[in-house]
Design a protein around this ligand. Sequence first.
Ligand code: BGC
Length: 753
Amino acid sequence: MLKKIIMVMVLTVTYFHGNAQNATVPVYLDESKTVEQRIEDALSKMTLEEKVAMLHAQSKFSSPGVPRLGIPEFWATDGPHGVRPEVLWDEWDQAGWTNDSIVAYPALTALAATWNKKMSWNYGKALGEEARYRKKDILLGPGVNIYRTPLNGRNFEYMGEDPFLASKMVVPYIKGVQSNGVATSVKHFALNNQEMFRHTSNVIVDDRALYEIYLPAFKAAVTEGDSWTIMGAYDLYKNQFASQNQYLLNDILKGEWGYKGVVVSDWGAVTSTEQAIFNGLDMEFGSWTNGLSEGTSNAYDNYYLAYPYLKLIKSGKVGTKELDDKVRRILRLAFNTTMNRNKPFGSIASAEHKAVAKQVGEEGIVLLQNQKNTLPIDINKTKTIAVIGENAIKMMTVGGGSSSLKVKHETLPLEGIKARFGDKADVQYARGYVGDVTGDYNGVKTGQDLKDSRSEAELINEAVALAKKSDFVIFVGGLNKSDFQDSEGNDRKNMDLPYNQDKVISALAKANKNLAVVLITGNAVSMPWVKEVPAILQGWYLGSEAGNSLASILAGDANPSGKLPFTFPVKLEDNSAHQLGEYPGNKEELAAGKGKDQKNIINIRYNEGVFVGYRWHDTKNIKPQFSFGHGLSYTSFEFGKAKADRTSMGQNDQISFTVSVKNTGKKAGAEVAQLYIRDVKSSVERPAKELKGFEKVFLNPGEQKEVTFTIDKTALSYFDAQKHDWVAEPGEFEALIGNSSDAIKTKVTFTLN
Ligand code: BGC
């Protein structure tokens, strides 16, 4: 016994006294060794049971490490816009901690609308710092599922309709988060483009659309962003659930893209031990919703990748090759996160974080329309301001599904407007309509009582009366985070504004010509009143600083520079998924009751192929309400004539286009120069144009800057399904440069040899 104690003491001493006795530090803890050496060493020391334990959850959001070896547990958390409140061990409900309030950042649609990669890095860095402070190792986001239909309830969590924009914006976010030693989990891989039937639908999409539209942002996230984890989706592809899918996970992700990170399942997305073992999944989460209902003592032991897997190995029915591969990946994750000794400590709800949230909000807000320079509000001529609409007073950080947050403070639009204008103008409020009055989500309470029993007529009359006697009217409406709006689990039922808002807006437009409509949504809405209203702002969900970002744009303190990351069609039928494709699923199958459970899977055919968003509108000349890339400013810009550095290029060459952008107005501002490529003649049908470059340029009045875009043949290629490769066909191409997909200002023609 004494001998044993002495030995332990010697070991402890040698271990804690570092370098001199380095030989006694096990290889897996030795930071002078390569990560791969450390992985192999740890793996060699682990028992079979310890390995299997690492593959599945031990609570709603955590998984075990290897306690015996000092390898810590992993703690995951939602989500893309802020760090979710602590939940109970086995439940979705918040745990009621009082030290887990955070800063909510603008929704990813708003981030994408900044078209500013730097903003994305700042966002990721700040969010990662909060995750780190909250001791999280895996942040469940960002989401990059492509915007296929305006009805998808989760579009607000994603980065729009264009694969190039989403690819460029997602990478800095990942790097920013991971600079904190916190892994991102880019989600939901793949083809989860609607919420309706998300657990019970099989997507049928051709390879060309898959590779050109639905995969690029994920590919960028793992190959350029090096996201340490990726989350599988719920839906099926080729009749296999995406989180255990041979084609998506083994063939494409780990095969073609050489991914070395960890595939985590979406919560409850695993359905089969065999497929989970062999089809590329590494970590299983959320299989039983309350963690208690399956199995006798511990539901987590009954996960598909728990005892059932162990039993198969022990009985000799399956080997350990897949197991070791999964564990290697998880250890790699550990060395980057939990066992990374160089990570910072993080910080939470700081003034710096609020500033990031505010700035992303300001840069993401899109000025859709501004007749007669209605905006910014001229504070010297404005004595009275009427603010109307529920979204001016409703907290939007609570609700909407897994992205729901618990903020330290959320500045509401009315609050922000009062703070900015209140000392010069009399700001008064009228409700206008009553929508969602709930104020509780997973146990997080807004503390707001929004109940109002007045009739529609009473509400409108009050609003109109206030509008009539005011100098300026700001209507703040749109959607919210309740079911069937911008919310996880369901889709919207149509593209219209709910709760009678169209009528309220029209009535306000008649009452006062100085009207700005602010839409708080993550989706396009129909606007039957578009010609009646002089100014329209797309205000997104802006998080903790919503009211301040908005007020700063309304006042002109910040000059709008956001651009739409997706098309606003005039009507739903103009959208290609609704015109050509299937939504929410195949009609006959729908009529036959398919999609109702996992034994009755419904098919969704993406017949529109690559013609998604502006690729469809611009090719078929279907005029949208507001086009992809659109966004106005309080100043004006002029594009010079674009020049190319050569007139023709070979397959291995690069070509550069240069264009000048000048601020011709009186206010400092930013314009986004957008490069689209058009293949003039092609053997396959191609979109009229595709985004292949963009740059946000900040300019003082009178200032001019040159923007240069350099591309190679990847920007000219389409995906040839037959060859299973990208092909750039020789011939003529056009480089189209402008400030929206439907506002091309200058073009250059060149040939590919
Ligand atoms: C969502 C994911 C989320 C997970 C954990 C799932 O239902 O689809 O996006 O990260 O729950 O909350």
